[in-house]
Ligand binder design. Structure first.
Ligand code: GN1
Ligand code: MG
Length: 341
């Protein structure tokens, strides 16, 4: 019923489609609508994106710029409603968006080959390059200080101060580990204060399943999940790639012994990233490549652990302690990335 009402706003009817949920993300609700012409329909989580209009506004600003300057680049923006709106609102006030489905594409949850790492990294980097020169003031943060490590550490400390005793006890190891890595917060702070990093329009969620590959050629086709397309630093994108590409297992893995840093994948992804960004990044920026992976892995550990301590209110979970397991996973990866493990 909800889906039907929403689709009517886009001039479509539910009966035309085979509808199936896609359960990959932690935040939004996503459906694939299959027919001769297929679509992706998505409900934006307005508890996370408190100003959903900023999400749509940023994507539109990027689409307009790219259309003018790089007309051949495939950029995935939403389809407007029949009355020209970016989103359709359901009775509870949640915004929904419709995207064209790109045929013959797949997502992957783990990188298997150096070629995949190279292609995905160059794909995410190309988006940044396509947006070089865009007026930054057209973009608003969709989540304030999203990848500000200092803020995330503060939020972890707040969660710790307010946590239920049983959760604190269960997470004692992860809490201690997060506290041990506070030197990364100081390094981050110094880096930001130094002014060496340029503010650009970044994707801010470059995990491996946010880029579509051609099902046949395995070449990257298009970057998806543009909810956090907003001003940021290159370390956020490159770091999240390092975080999600280099290990043979993903952030849900419970068996920590399976977490590894595959140096060949690491090298391939940095090479792919620089194939697009080499001339754009300054030498000072390039000296933060290693730090980027450490910083983004740490920030996820802090966010996941804070959510566990807060009683699992942010990320979607399917079993108890899932956020704690995720945090431990990230901390193990961090040990390996910093040489502590
Ligand atoms: C969330 O929505 P999704 O699953 O792409 C999160 C990212 C995290 C990621 C961890 C808005 O992304 O920051 O890196 O989970 N997005 C938001 O898998 O918090
Ligand atoms: Mg996302």
């Amino acid at each position: 019923m909800i889906l039907d009402n929403i689709l009517k706003d886009f001039g479509l009817g539910i009966d035309q489609f085979h509808v199936e949920p896609i359960n990959a993300g932690y935040i939004n609700q996503t459906y694939k609508l299959t027919s001769t012409k297929s679509y992706i329909l998505q409900r934006l989580n307005r508890n996370v994106f408190k100003k959903p209009e900023t999400v749509a506004g940023n994507i539109r600003a990027a689409a307009d710029y790219i259309k003018q300057h790089h007309p051949d680049y495939l950029f995935l923006s939403g389809i407007k409603t029949t009355s020209g709106k970016e989103m359709s609102y359901d009775a509870e006030g949640f915004p929904w968006r419709l995207f064209p489905y790109i045929a013959n594409t797949i997502t992957i949850n783990k990188v298997e080959t150096e070629t995949e790492a190279y292609n995905a990294a160059s794909g995410f980097a190309r988006l940044t390059r396509m947006l070089e020169g865009v007026e930054a003031s057209l973009f608003e943060p969709t989540i304030d200080r999203f990848h500000d490590l200092k803020l995330r550490y503060q939020q972890f400390e707040d969660a710790l101060a307010n946590a239920a005793a049983d959760r604190k006890e269960a997470a004692a190891d992860a809490i201690a580990a997060c506290q041990r890595y506070i030197y990364l917060v100081n390094r981050y702070d110094q880096l930001i204060v130094s002014g060496d990093l340029k503010l650009r329009i970044m994707h801010n969620d470059t995990k491996i399943n946010n880029i579509l590959f051609d099902a046949t050629t395995r070449k990257d086709v298009v970057v998806i999940d543009l909810d956090t397309l907003m001003p940021g630093y290159f370390i956020y994108d490159l770091g999240d790639m390092i975080r999600t590409f280099v290990s043979p297992v993903d952030e849900e893995e419970k068996d920590l012994s399976k977490i590894k840093v595959r140096q060949n994948i690491y090298d391939a992804l940095v090479k792919g990233y620089l194939s697009e960004m080499n001339a754009i990044l300054s030498d000072k920026e390039k000296s933060s490549i290693e730090f980027s992976g450490q910083m983004m892995t740490y920030i996820m550990a802090l966010r996941m652990l804070a959510d566990f301590l807060n009683g699992d209110i942010y990320y979607q979970t399917t079993y108890p302690k899932q956020n704690l397991i995720r945090a431990r996973n990230q901390l193990r990866l961090l040990d390996l990335l910093t040489g502590a493990g």
